[in-house]
Every structure is written in structure tokens, then in C-alpha cells.
Design a protein around this ligand. Structure first.
Ligand SMILES: Cc1ncc(COP(=O)(O)O)c(C=O)c1O
Length: 462
């Protein structure tokens, strides 16, 4: 009723909150699984959170109580941290973060703190880059499947459009020159000016690292089209198996023609498992972008206390090395557990070596090989089996039947329960399954989702 008093931005529903990605979270929040208090509840497997190595950080905090307690060299720095913060960030933190980013890339590349812009997470970094690089109505090309949050982060407040680069299972969803060209032409057909390509490396939702060949293809493409390349490397420290992670920064070495058009996004939300701390960054070789993004960072700064604490933690190189190695080991074990559990249930996934999730192939379980079929299966898995996983359509995958399943935000016991539920569901037959957990999908949410499927979700695929 009072909506008409709002701005168009506040009143419109282009935020993307009604995607099945978020609807699944809502379903989980209404009925969360707990082994003791709610054993038939929904298990959250749609959240790429890393909870595997908290104990390592907690034990560091215990043995280093001073930085979290506002103490430096035995004296309080409470007042210093509580006072006005300059938007350039704490030099000690930028230096420590730049060194850590270099360490995660095998020290093959050096990051200059002066080229870093601090942001409140990668969400803010990606949006800030959109504001710096594109006008409303201009477009970025994104390889599919992509992180569902990008519809909100890149488009909502900026007015920028996303045009999908369609990748397919035939080559493991790798990015090809032909797919890039096709997306570019599609944008031109829609009268959208393309300002850049944005990729995630390692990929969310694929869990794969971008190959050197793909990186060269991407760099050559952006040079040829005179556009930008954003590489969201938020999962760079999660690569737990070969092939090793190659950053776009490494692929650029020896090329003078690209540093002003390549921008890296990073955050401590995944590698250190600290999404609540809101620590992100843009690294750019373009001085204009660094200057503009720094000014814009006023709208999403990282608290001085957090910067100070993490500057001490990240400067402890012995700790970061041990943490990173152990975290990767744990991710690898967990990934194996999920892949084996799925295999026992007769389900395979894309071969992957990074990330906090698997890209799971359930095409053989679809009643019809359509997105409606995918939705039908997804609803059963969420509301009857009790697993919140993310359907490929929410990641704009063009092939129905793929799902992203997260493995690092729960205990081994919970993962085992999840795998047992899935196996029972598949073994007892899809149609006859009814676990007694049946939850009705609220009619309005269902109608919204189906509407999105048929219209806006497909908008950029014109
Ligand atoms: C590829 C990618 N970029 C950005 C984000 C947002 O991260 P942050 O918590 O640092 O804002 C996520 C979170 O899942 C992500 O997967």
C-alpha cells in the first residue's frame, strides 16, 4: 500500500530474492535440521560456507589474545581504532593481505598494497567494479553456470545487465572462444554495449580451476574487444587437488597490454571462513579504477578493529601456511566423502579440485529433461528428502538436471545423514518416495518462481 512512496529501486523486485537459490534457504530456515531437536528437518547444502577449520583460527586467537582485545605492545589501542577511519584502509592490513594473496598464488606474482582497495566482502567489490566500469544498461558477459548472487550483486543497484556465456557439459563447462564470441554477438543483437567479462576462478558453482588455455583465451578476447576482465578469485585458497590454481595475475605476466583492464576480486569469506567479518578487496592495475573504487569504498568499509586483528593474523606467516595446508587437506577429505556418498546413491559429479561444493549431475533422475522437470526434482529433494541444494537453473545453467551441493558447512555426521537420505530416496523410487517430511511449498513462492523461470530468468538469453 505504501509502496508508491518508495523509489523505483526499492519497490522493484529485481533483487533476485525469489530465485530458487534463496527460496531453498528460506525453506531451510523455517525447518532447520538438528540431530536432536529436529531430526527430520532440512539439511542446508545450499550455502558455500567453510566451517572446517574454525578450530585453527580459534586456537590462534587463544594464543594471541592481544589483537582482538585492542592491545598492541602491552598498551591499549582502543581509541586509535575507535576514531575516524580513512578510506584507504590500515596500511598494515593492506600489506598483510597483499602478501597473503601472493602466498596463495605460490608467490609467482607480487601484489602491491597501493593497488588494493578494501571493501566489505567480495559482494561489495564486485558491485563497486560495476559502478566503476559500466553505465546502467551496459553489459558484462558471464560464463554459465554462475554464482546466483551475481544477479543481485552486479545488476540490482547498478542497472548493469548480465549476458550469459553458455558453457556446456560436453567439455566440462570450459570457456571457449566460440562461446565468448556468441555471447558478445548476442549482446550486440540486444543492443547492449559489452564492457567486460566476469569469471570466477576457481569456479562457483563448478568447483574447478580455470585452465591456462582458458585464461589466455579470456585475455586475448578482452584485448581484442577492448573491454575489461574481472576475475573473482574468492576461492583461490580452496584448491585442494591438481591441477593447481593459476590466477589471472600469473597469466598476465609478460603482457604489457592488459594490466589496466584486468581486475581481481578477493575476500576472506571462503578461504578463512569469515563471511561475517566482511573483508574483501579489489586489486587493479588501473590507477583510475583504484582511485574511483577507493572513494566508493566509503559505502562499505571494513571496521578498523577487524582490519587490525587480521593484519596481525595474516602477518603470522607460519600460521597462514599451516592453516592453508590443513584447510585444503580437510576440504579434500570432505569432497571425497561427498563424491563417494553420491556415487553410492548412483549419482556422479563433475571432476573438481576446488571450492566448497560439487557440481552434481542428476539428469538421469529427471522425469522430463526440462527446467520444469528440474524444478519438480528440486522440490522433492528440498521438501521431501529434506536437503536444500541449489538447482542449476538458479546458476543459469543451460542444461537441466545439474545441482550445486555444498559440503563444508556441516559436520561429517550431518553429511552422512544427507547421503543416506538421498540414497533412500533414489533406491525407493522417485515417485513412491514420501519420508513423512512433506512440506507444502507456499503457493505464492511457487507462482513467483515459475513466473521467473518463464520470463526474467531467461531475459538475458534473448
Ligand atoms: C563467486 C563469489 N563471489 C562473491 C561472493 C560473495 O562473498 P562475500 O561474502 O565476500 O561478499 C560469493 C559468496 O558465495 C561467491 O561465491
Amino acid at each position: 500500500m505504501h509502496k508508491k512512496l518508495l523509489s523505483r529501486k526499492a519497490a522493484c523486485n529485481s533483487h533476485g530474492q525469489d530465485s530458487s537459490y534463496f527460496l531453498g534457504w528460506q525453506a531451510y530456515e523455517k525447518n532447520p535440521y538438528d540431530r536432536i531437536t529436529n531430526p527430520t528437518g532440512i539439511i542446508q547444502m545450499g550455502l558455500a560456507e567453510n566451517q572446517l577449520s574454525f578450530d585453527l583460527i580459534e586456537s590462534w586467537l587463544k594464543s594471541h589474545p592481544d589483537p582482538a582485545g585492542f592491545i598492541r605492545d602491552g598498551a591499549s589501542i582502543f581509541r586509535e581504532l575507535a576514531l575516524f577511519q580513512d578510506y584507504h584502509g590500515l596500511p598494515a592490513f593492506k600489506k598483510a593481505l597483499a602478501n597473503y594473496m601472493g602466498y596463495l598464488r605460490g608467490n609467482k606474482v607480487r601484489f602491491e598494497p597501493s593497488n588494493l582497495v578494501l571493501t566489505a566482502g567480495a559482494t561489495s567489490a564486485n558491485e563497486t567494479l560495476m559502478f566503476c566500469l559500466a553505465e546502467p544498461g551496459e553489459a558484462f558477459l558471464l560464463p554459465t553456470p554462475y554464482y546466483p548472487g551475481f544477479d543481485r550483486d552486479l545488476k540490482w543497484r547498478t542497472g548493469v545487465e548480465i549476458v550469459p556465456i553458455h558453457c556446456s557439459s560436453s567439455n566440462g563447462f570450459q570457456i571457449t572462444k566460440a562461446a565468448l564470441e556468441q555471447a558478445y554477438q548476442q549482446a550486440e543483437k540486444c543492443k547492449l554495449r559489452v564492457k567486460g567479462v566476469l569469471t570466477t576462478n576457481p569456479s562457483n558453482p563448478l568447483g574447478t580451476t580455470t585452465t591456462r588455455r582458458e585464461l589466455d583465451t579470456l585475455i586475448n578476447f578482452v584485448v581484442a574487444k577492448d573491454i575489461h576482465l574481472i576475475s573473482d578469485e574468492i576461492y583461490s585458497g580452496t584448491t585442494f587437488d591438481s591441477p593447481r590454481f593459476i590466477s589471472v595475475a600469473e597469466a598476465m605476466i609478460g603482457r604489457d597490454d592488459v594490466s589496466h583492464r584486468v581486475h581481481i576480486v578477493y575476500s576472506l569469506s571462503k578461504d578463512l571462513g569469515l563471511p561475517g567479518f566482511r573483508v574483501g578487496a579489489i586489486y587493479s592495475g588501473n590507477d583510475y579504477v583504484v582511485a574511483a573504487a577507493t572513494k566508493m569504498s566509503s559505502f562499505g568499509l571494513i571496521s578498523s578493529h577487524t582490519q587490525y586483528l587480521l593484519s596481525v593474523l595474516l602477518s603470522d606467516k607460519d600460521f597462514t601456511r599451516k592453516y592453508t595446508e590443513e584447510n585444503k587437506k580437510r576440504l579434500k577429505e570432505r569432497h571425497k566423502l561427498l563424491a563417494e556418498g553420491l556415487r553410492e546413491a548412483g549419482v556422479s559429479c563433475l571432476k573438481s579440485n576446488a571450492g566448497l561444493y560439487c557440481w552434481v549431475d542428476m539428469r538421469h533422475l529427471l522425469k522430463s529433461k526440462t527446467f520444469e522437470g528440474e524444478m519438480e526434482l528440486w522440490k522433492k529433494i528440498v521438501f521431501e528428502v529434506g536437503l536444500n541444494i541449489s538447482p542449476g537453473s538458479s546458476c543459469h545453467c543451460v542444461e537441466p538436471g545439474w545441482f550445486r551441493v555444498c559440503f563444508a558447512n556441516m559436520s561429517v555426521d550431518t553429511l552422512n545423514v544427507a547421503m543416506q537420505r538421498l540414497k533412500t530416496f533414489i533406491d525407493t523410487g522417485l515417485s513412491s518416495h514420501d519420508s513423512g517430511r512433506r512440506v507444502r511449498w507456499p503457493a505464492r513462492e511457487k507462482a513467483n518462481w515459475l513466473l521467473r523461470l518463464s520470463s526474467s530468468d531467461r531475459k538475458c538469453e534473448r
